[in-house]
Write a protein that binds this ligand. Sequence first.
Ligand code: SF4
Ligand code: SF4
Length: 225
Amino acid sequence: MPEFLGPVAGFGVTFKAMFKKRLTEQYPEYKKPTAPRFHGRHQLNRHPDGLEKCVGCELCAWACPADAIYVEGADNTEEERYSPGERYGRVYQINYARCILCGLCIEACPTRALTMTNEYELADRTRESLIFTKEQLLAGLEEGMVESPHSIFPGMDEGDYYRGAVTEAAPGTVRQVAVSKGEKPDENVVAADGTEIGPDPDAERDANVAPAPGGGTPAGTGDEA
Ligand code: SF4
Ligand code: SF4
């Protein structure tokens, strides 16, 4: 093409584009639905009674190619139980400044505690705010669930939970006091229907009982962390 026709050819591209269908996405006014299996923000799932599925095994962290997951496990106690088995995830963080949403972590999880939602609006202004904590990642409570920590369903063991034998919290299940997180025994006792029922009666009774000979520290108040 002769050199003097260059600018005209450039306008030709513009002119042709004027008659093409517009591809502009009207985001954020209109949010295009994702594919059903789109890899978005992670979620830490619960059992049907509200106990957590994560056992703090760290397999997801080891599987992550971007080193975006940090997990610290801890032991459950009968006084402060977060999951049906021996261990639970005490600290759980995902750094979305690093995560590439590849999904290898959810493949590695042995309990299906970790899955991915379709949520993709993860941008923020600071690096700190892109580190999602366990509280942010934990699934919300559905009907029949009681917030953890709370006791295991009477007569059931960890295997029964994974076989689907537990379908909701046992009647009378109340949230235990999260002593390891700094809560005091007279705080946050919640009934299965979500209503606060005041101080933990067990804690009050224990406070009035003389210490056993030989002393000792009650389970759940030590440094399980
Ligand atoms: S989706 Fe991939 S990059 Fe993101 S936390 Fe999981 S394994 Fe790591
Ligand atoms: S999310 Fe799954 S793989 Fe990760 S620590 Fe918890 S149980 Fe283990």
